[in-house]
Design a protein around this ligand. Sequence first.
Ligand code: ATP
Ligand code: MG
Length: 302
Amino acid sequence: MSETIKEMDSEQNSSGSQTTKGETEERIRADWVEYDFDGQPALSVEDLDVYYGDEQAIQSVSMDIPEKSVTALIGPSGCGKSTFLRCLNRMNDRIKAARVDGNIEFHGQNIYDDDVNLVELRKRIGMVFQQPNPFPKSIRDNIAYGPRKHGELDTGLLARLLGRDDSEEEEELVERCLKQAAIWDEVNDRLDDNALGLSGGQQQRLCIARCLSVEPEVILMDEPASALDPIATSKIEDLIQDLAEEYTVVIVTHSMQQAARISDQTAVFLTGGELVEYDNTDKIFENPESQRVEDYITGKFG
Ligand SMILES: Nc1ncnc2c1ncn2[C@@H]1O[C@H](COP(=O)(O)OP(=O)(O)OP(=O)(O)O)[C@@H](O)[C@H]1O
Ligand SMILES: [Mg+2]
């Protein structure tokens, strides 16, 4: 498409349709979002629509997310990445104005069925947020909290008196999770210190360790490194790639470089909450089908 036509398109778009400045209009082709991969999907999303009141934030998105790999969600601000991510473990249920239509299948069950146990669901599909949010408790308690709450660990005075003391199991669990989250070496001599005394990057790895403590299968991450410096970011990126050997990771990121470095497949959302293209990460960054995706990743808008 020539520059002139593109410019005309953007001008037309500015008078009504939903595109950002510099974004051209094009028809999305069904095969741009059909991603063929080996192995099993961890999650299958079908015809997902999300509304906040009358505003539609996600439009008829369907995609399969492969297990044990890293899936990146990218796109300009406001295109619905966080909204989509939150749908994957029903976090949007907590937002009053949000309404979700469609199916998300996890182990053969639609997670939006009425009989789904949300506590169990969010245990199996955990979440890590942009701002590290450790509990104002000791490092050890941050990790042990979930398993204690779910009744998988019984510790403390009462447990001791009743002869159900799981302190040893707790010790092992804390060590395993902190090691998995690549923070053990930095904190093993101060497990009883308050977690709020850690640096931002350490807090984020602690939050990942906390998420791992309840043995999830899927880990959702919404810009987990955007509040961190380059060294802390690089530790989180290495960690994510290691985790993907065992877990399914879905990550929202604003950094194209990060998506290109760590993800196996990339889904590009554009204005209006549409999934425009979904494919192998190399294909998306080297030779996308959609002109809008190419414009977005080369920085022409967004
Ligand atoms: N709680 C809410 N109530 C009403 N509207 C919302 C709410 N959360 C998000 N939206 C709207 O839904 C759309 C998508 O928002 P979302 O936060 O999912 O985008 P995003 O792609 O994650 O953006 P960013 O990159 O800035 O984080 C936006 O128009 C936003 O204003
Ligand atoms: Mg967001």
